[in-house]
Design a protein. Structure first.
Length: 82
C-alpha cells in the first residue's frame, strides 16, 4: 500500500512549532483534532508520514489563534513511489 508523505517548508516568520491538522483520510483513518499534531523535522523540511494512507485534506498551522489559514504555493511536496 502507498504511504502519503507530506513535507512543508516553514515560512521564516512562523514559530518553531508547526502542526498539521488533517481530515477526510482515505482509504480510512482517524481525523486529527485542532490544532493537529506536531510535525517532525527532516533534512530542512517539516514532515509528516501517513502510513497506508493515499489521500487526506490538511492544513498547516502555527498553533496561534489568528492568521492560521494562509496558503503558500510551491512549498508542499508529496512523495509517492513510482
Amino acid at each position: 500500500m502507498v504511504d502519503l508523505v507530506v513535507r512543508f517548508k516553514k515560512p521564516a516568520a512562523w514559530a518553531d512549532s508547526v502542526h498539521i491538522h488533517y481530515w477526510n483520510i482515505r482509504p480510512q483513518g482517524r481525523d486529527s483534532t485542532w490544532p493537529g499534531v506536531p510535525m517532525d523535522e527532516e533534512a530542512g523540511w517539516l514532515i509528516h508520514r501517513f502510513p497506508g494512507i493515499e489521500a487526506a485534506s490538511l492544513v498547516f498551522n502555527r498553533v496561534v489563534p489568528v492568521d492560521n489559514f494562509l496558503i503558500y504555493k510551491n512549498i508542499i511536496r508529496l512523495d509517492r513511489p513510482n
